[in-house]
Design a protein around this ligand. Structure first.
Ligand SMILES: Cc1cc2nc3c(=O)[nH]c(=O)nc-3n(C[C@H](O)[C@H](O)[C@H](O)COP(=O)(O)OP(=O)(O)OC[C@H]3O[C@@H](n4cnc5c(N)ncnc54)[C@H](O)[C@@H]3O)c2cc1C
Length: 434
């Protein structure tokens, strides 16, 4: 009998696992189960709408979805529609590739004020994730603070400052495009606790700031060290040096050359969100780095702003029936093995770090474990029993052929230079199929 495998989650980890399984296990039946109707996880709902070429990886995932041994079941939530325990009863193996969809909490006073939002919610909102389309962050502000100096923080700062023409070439949903276009925002402050050479953004993302239509990056020379000091690998040192070079170039730009500014502020640790019910500013403590750690200097300063986006990292969510490490936000595992017939891959296995391709090795190692664990084949019914279960519960699963029809409607709906017009309501996607 074929080994029946259910992969929960259709992000990069889910697809890389499916591809590796199809490659390395001879007789296997692979079902990718996704709670949203649309596949691809953060590639669709996280990767910046103005970075469409990054999303081309979906073409590779599509090839995996079309393999003879693979089926896609969208619009099925494991936990709500089908319990994990039920899935484990009917499949030989279940791989959890559910990502890390939540924000790491920002633990300072004032985070309950209106106008404070986590990066995960904010990015899902502007990317048209069906669960977040209605959160309507108030962009009627002249200044915003983005806490964090990684690529996600950079994406958010940039998205807030794109021109009308730049936005019109993205697949931003109409509500988000209108909100950003109508916003009077002129200044975004990106805040890093450590020094300029410690910033986590990549040089490509940093360089992009210089090419924006209406926005100038602003860096103060007194924040920039002459060189990189510390015990780093050659590669790490070179990356830091490259960022520093770019920051030095930015430090001489005319801040008023364009109508908007992204200020890069380093050695600044948020201590309190200011305001009454709404955010009116953020209080920061100046830091210095000692023994690799940012420590407060006792000097405080405020930045007035009406929006605070905390981009300080993502966090996994528990799945009923699977163990969960609350502190790390991951499913505890040994190189992807969670328990008998239960595996994990991607951000829920490793934590929320790395790029799309970083999830590939996870898929490969799960496939190797499965090949070893099921060398005599499988003995559970898998797909057929799953289909019956969905039918009995009146759950309308979206197949990959269905998704291609929905996608065709998204592509056909695109106007001008927009790559697609995303559906943001699952019912609207299903209506395409009726
Ligand atoms: C804002 C942002 C921008 C990024 N930009 C880039 C970039 O430009 N380039 C790059 O290389 N990397 C980028 N990354 C990193 C990349 O997106 C991640 O490495 C990758 O998506 C993680 O893959 P994953 O499969 O573990 O999780 P995800 O991509 O989150 O996929 C998890 C999937 O599981 C589904 N799921 C969750 N729970 C259930 C359930 N109970 N039942 C069924 N399905 C479920 C989710 O709906 C989702 O589709 C970015 C990340 C973020 C957060």
């Amino acid at each position: 009998m074929p080994v029946s495998v259910a992969i929960v989650g259709s992000g990069p980890a889910g697809f890389y696992t499916a591809a590796a399984l199809a490659d390395s296990v001879d007789d296997v039946q692979i079902d990718i189960i996704e709670r949203l109707a649309a596949p691809y996880g953060l590639v669709r709902d996280g990767v910046s709408p103005d970075h469409q070429t990054t999303k081309n990886i979906c073409r590779k995932f599509e090839k995996t979805a079309m393999l003879e041994s693979v089926r896609y079941f969208g619009n099925v939530d494991i936990g709500r529609d089908v319990k994990l325990a039920e899935l484990r009863e009917i499949y030989d193996a279940v791989v959890l590739a559910v990502g890390a969809p939540q924000d790491r909490a920002l633990d300072i006073p004032g985070t309950d004020k209106a106008g404070v939002i986590g990066a995960a919610s904010f990015v899902y909102w502007y990317n048209g994730h069906p669960d977040y389309r209605n959160i309507a962050p108030d962009l009627d502000v002249s200044a915003a603070a983005v806490i964090g100096v990684g690529n996600v923080a950079m994406d958010i700062a940039r998205m807030l400052c794109l021109s009308e023409a730049e936005l019109a070439a993205t697949d931003l949903p109409e509500y988000a495009e209108t909100a950003i276009n109508e916003s009077p925002l002129t200044d975004v402050y990106m805040l890093g606790r450590r020094g300029a050479a410690d910033a986590k953004f990549t040089n490509v993302e940093l360089r992009e700031l210089a090419g924006m239509d209406e926005c100038t990056p602003v860096v103060r020379t007194e924040q920039l060290p002459d060189g990189v000091e510390g015990d780093y690998s050659d590669r790490d040192k070179r990356l830091r040096e490259r960022n520093l070079e770019t920051l030095w170039e930015y430090s001489v730009l005319d801040a008023d050359a364009k109508s908007k500014r992204i200020h890069l502020e380093f050695n600044a640790s948020p201590v309190e969100i200011l305001g009454q019910d709404r955010v009116e500013g953020i209080r920061l403590e100046r830091t210095k780095v000692e023994d690799g750690r940012a420590v407060g200097t006792g000097e405080f300063f405020d930045i007035p702003c009406g929006l605070v986006v905390a981009a300080i990292g993502y966090h996994g969510a528990p799945i009923e029936g699977a163990p969960f490490d609350e502190k790390r936000g991951i499913i505890p595992n040994e190189d992807g093995r969670v328990g008998e017939g239960l595996y994990a891959a991607g951000w829920i296995k490793r934590g929320p770090t790395g790029v799309i391709s970083s999830n590939r090795p996870d898929g490969v190692s799960v496939a190797e474990h499965l090949r070893d664990d099921f060398s005599d084949g499988g003995n559970k019914p898998g797909r057929q029993a799953f289909k019956t279960m969905l039918q009995d519960r009146n759950i309308r699963a979206v197949s990959f052929e269905d998704w291609k029809k929905i996608e065709a409607a998204e592509l056909a709906g695109a106007e001008g230079s927009r790559p697609r017009k995303k559906f943001v309501v699952i019912e609207d996607m299903l209506a395409v199929l009726d």
